[in-house]
Ligand binder design. Structure first.
Ligand code: ADP
Length: 311
C-alpha cells in the first residue's frame, strides 16, 4: 500500500566546492570543480519519501530563475506532485553555498530566496486551504517561516493527518516554536536539536531526554544519534535502536532519509519500533554514499539492508 505524504518546506539549489582548507575572512582559496544539485530539507525529504514508495505532494515556492526550473524538474523526475509548488516572479530560488574541506568539515551560507516568501497567505493559495490533501501524513521542517509551519501543522491536524516535524534547523529560541510543538504528533530531532529544545546541556539518558521532549507536546519523540542509531519515546516504553553497521562515507542526507521513512511508516500505522528500525536502515544506506539527494535510498535498498540484518 502506498502512503500519501505532503511535504511543506524548502527547495534549494546546492552549490558545493571542495577546498584544501576553509578560507578565513577576506581570503580567497581555490577549490575543485563546483558540484551542483537540488537540496533543501523540504525537497530532500520529499525525494526520499518518493524513492521509498510514497505518493508525495510538495508544497513550496521557487523563484523564476534557472535554478527554479531545474528544481521543479528534479521533483517531477522523482514522480512528485508539484502542483502546489509555486513560482514567484522577480525572486531568486533558495540557494546553499557549501564549502567543504577534504575531511568533511564545511561551512554553508544559505540564501533562502523564495522559501522565505512562503507566508500563510501563500500557503493557503498553493493548497486551496487543504494542506493535507487526502494525505496520511504531513511532514514539516524549519527552513520556511515558522508561522507558516505552525499554520500547516494546524491545518494538517484539523484534516486528521499525522503531523510530523523535523525541528531542523533549530531557530533561536522563539515562543512560536513551543506553540508548534504542541501542534505536532511526531517530533524528530538530532542530539544538538534535542539539547537546544530542552534549553540546557542534556542530562540523563537519551531515552530520558526523549521523554522530556514529549512533555513539550508531541505524542512521539524520536532522537537520531548518528552511527549509534536512534531512541524513541511514545505511548509505550521508550525504545533504543542501535542502528546498522555500514561503511559510512558522508552523513549528509541520512537525517532526511530517516525522517521520510519514519513519517511514511507511522502514517501507515506501523508500530513505532518497526518505523524507527526502518528509518535507521534508510539513514544508514544514505550514509554510505556522498551527496544529499543522490545519496537517498530506494525502498528496495532499505528492504535489502533490513533483510540482511534481521533481529
Ligand atoms: P542528522 O544528520 O540530522 O544529524 P544523524 O546523523 O543522527 O542525523 O543521522 C540520522 C540517522 O541516519 C541516524 O539515526 C542513523 O540511523 C543513520 N545514520 C547516520 N549516520 C550513520 C552511520 N555512520 N552509520 C549508520 N547509520 C547512520
Amino acid at each position: 500500500m502506498d502512503g500519501r505524504l505532503v511535504v511543506v518546506g524548502s527547495l534549494n539549489m546546492d552549490l558545493s566546492v571542495t577546498v584544501p582548507r576553509l578560507p578565513r575572512p577576506g581570503e580567497t582559496v581555490s577549490g575543485a570543480d563546483v558540484v551542483r544539485g537540488p537540496g533543501g530539507k523540504g525537497g530532500n525529504q520529499a525525494v526520499a519519501a518518493a524513492r521509498l514508495g510514497a505518493r508525495v505532494r510538495m508544497v513550496g515556492l521557487l523563484g523564476d530563475d534557472a535554478h527554479g526550473g531545474e528544481l521543479r524538474a528534479a521533483l517531477v523526475a522523482e514522480g512528485i506532485d508539484d502542483r502546489a509548488v509555486g513560482t514567484l516572479p522577480d525572486t531568486p530560488s533558495g540557494l546553499a553555498l557549501i564549502v567543504v574541506r577534504h575531511d568533511g568539515e564545511n561551512t554553508i551560507t544559505l540564501s533562502p530566496g523564495a522559501n522565505d516568501r512562503l507566508d500563510e497567505s501563500a500557503l493557503r493559495t498553493l493548497t486551496a486551504g487543504t494542506v493535507a490533501h487526502r494525505a496520511d501524513t504531513v511532514l514539516l521542517q524549519l527552513e520556511v517561516p515558522l508561522p507558516t509551519v505552525l499554520a500547516a501543522a494546524r491545518a494538517a491536524r484539523a484534516a486528521g493527518a499525522l503531523t510530523v516535524l523535523n525541528a531542523a534547523p533549530l531557530p533561536a529560541p522563539d515562543p512560536l516554536l513551543y506553540e508548534l510543538l504542541r501542534e505536532v504528533d511526531v517530533l524528530i530531532v538530532n542530539e544538538t536539536e534535542a539539547a537546544g529544545l530542552l534549553g540546557r546541556p542534556g542530562g540523563g539518558s537519551w531515552t530520558a531526554r526523549a521523554e522530556q521532549l514529549r512533555r513539550l507536546g508531541p505524542g512521539t519523540v524520536v532522537v537520531t544519534l548518528g552511527a549509534a542509531g536512534a531512541v524513541a519515546a511514545g505511548a509505550g516504553s521508550p525504545l533504543t535502536e542501535p542502528g546498522f553497521p555500514v561503511h559510512a562515507v558522508d552523513a549528509v542526507g541520512a537525517g532526511d532519509a530517516f525522517c521520510a521513512q519514519l513519517a511514511l511508516a507511522l502514517g501507515q500505522k506501523r508500530p513505532l519500533a518497526d518505523a524507527v528500525r526502518g528509518a535507521c536502515a534508510a539513514g544508514a544506506v544514505a550514509a554510505t554514499r556522498p551527496g544529499a539527494q543522490r545519496a537517498l535510498p530506494t525502498r528496495a535498498e532499505v528492504d535489502a539492508l533490513l533483510a540482511r540484518d534481521p533481529r
